[in-house]
Write a protein that binds this ligand. Structure first.
Ligand code: SAM
Ligand code: SF4
Length: 325
């Protein structure tokens, strides 16, 4: 965390020592502060071209932020055991100072709003923000990660109608209802699958009204508890006509598949190769398989290399970097 608004002013944080150091490191191409995340998620390679034209490449920023992740309370209706986004016990964001800062000074210049933590569609604030941004920041493009545990209402459709949507990613990590309820504590797979269908239908009706297309895809976590779901998830998205990305879980460390024994990782690879023989896979699925493959010693990799090369040849290119998370 680079600062807390209940302790410092926005200016003190935005151009404070931590932010300046991060910017200096990125500008030199030698980032150490987010080294782990960059190695695992390649988050430095996301395509922010849309933002480049208005960027100011200096350690001290005169401009206000142009991309915001608007999670002001961490609120969520589920309690996934993997998640490190606790609800925040703060009222700082409801203060008059914050309202003035966010709605009057930051929001008018924002180009992208990206909901990546907490659950966006269970918070009234998300819909309030959509209504306000329609007036204050009509240029902003929105993206959402959602657990899908909600029902689409007319009021939700009306709010979504007001904004430009880049993409909405669902987080479905298994298609087994019991396993889902464990991985997504308090979650309901049927409710989530219904929300996915409702959103696909909403996109269709939105396009009939002449509004732009937006992408819907599944972003599945991949870890020790759900790796067997991997082939079914790929077949599921293929049948739905949507795309898929994967978060290769490495925190908490004990849930990573890389912590399984070598024999289990070999069994996993054999299972993937068998179950995906006639299935179209994309680059992201291939990247997960490749990670497991490369975790094995060279002597073991030799016997899989022909099949792995076959998977590379048959895998579709990555999603556009812009929509990859
Ligand atoms: C923190 S959630 C917030 C958005 C929304 N509540 C959801 O679950 O999609 C964003 C993404 O992080 C994923 N996630 C949860 N725990 C994770 C972990 N330990 N490592 C990597 N991704 C994780 C979720 O599956 C989800 O796709
Ligand atoms: S649904 Fe999303 S924000 Fe909520 S606990 Fe799960 S991963 Fe975290």
């Amino acid at each position: 965390m680079v600062g807390d608004l209940s302790e410092k002013s926005f200016e003190e944080i935005w151009n404070g020592p931590m932010m300046v150091k991060i910017r200096e490191q990125f500008l030199r191409g030698e980032n150490t502060m987010c080294k782990g995340q960059i190695a695992e998620a390649g988050c430095n390679k996301l395509n922010y071209d849309l933002l480049l034209e208005s960027n100011d490449f200096s350690p001290i920023q005169k401009k206000m932020p142009i991309r915001v992740i608007p999670n002001f309370d961490g609120k969520c209706n589920l309690r996934c055991p993997t998640c490190d986004h606790p609800e925040l016990k703060t009222n700082a964001y409801h203060s008059e100072e914050f309202q003035e800062l966010f709605f009057q000074r930051i929001l008018p210049g924002v180009k992208q709003l990206d909901y990546y933590s907490g659950e966006p569609f269970v918070k009234e604030f998300t819909f309030e923000l959509m209504r306000k941004a329609a007036d204050i920041a009509p240029q902003a493009e929105w993206s959402f990660n959602t657990n899908g545990n909600w029902k689409m209402t007319d009021s939700m459709r009306e709010s979504l109608d007001l904004i430009n949507i880049r993409w909405i990613a669902f987080s479905i990590d298994t298609l087994d209802a019991n396993e889902y309820a464990q991985l997504r504590k308090y979650g309901d797979l049927d409710l989530c699958l219904r929300a996915l269908d409702q959103l696909i239908e909403y996109r269709r009706s939105r396009m009939l009204q002449g509004k732009g297309y937006f992408d819907i895809f599944n972003n599945a976590m991949f870890h020790k508890e759900n790796w067997r779901a991997f082939p079914d998830l790929i077949k599921f998205v293929n049948a739905k006509g949507i795309d898929i990305t994967f978060s290769f879980l490495s925190i908490p460390d004990e849930m990573s598949v890389l912590n399984l024994s070598e024999a289990e990782r070999i069994q996993m690879l054999e299972f993937f190769i068998d179950s995906l023989a006639a299935v179209k896979i994309n680059y992201h699925a291939y990247a997960v398989i490749s990670c497991v493959y490369h975790s094995l010693p060279a002597i073991e990799r030799v016997r899989f290399s022909g099949q792995i090369q076959q998977l590379v040849r048959s895998s579709a290119p990555p999603r556009t970097a812009e929509s990859t998370i």
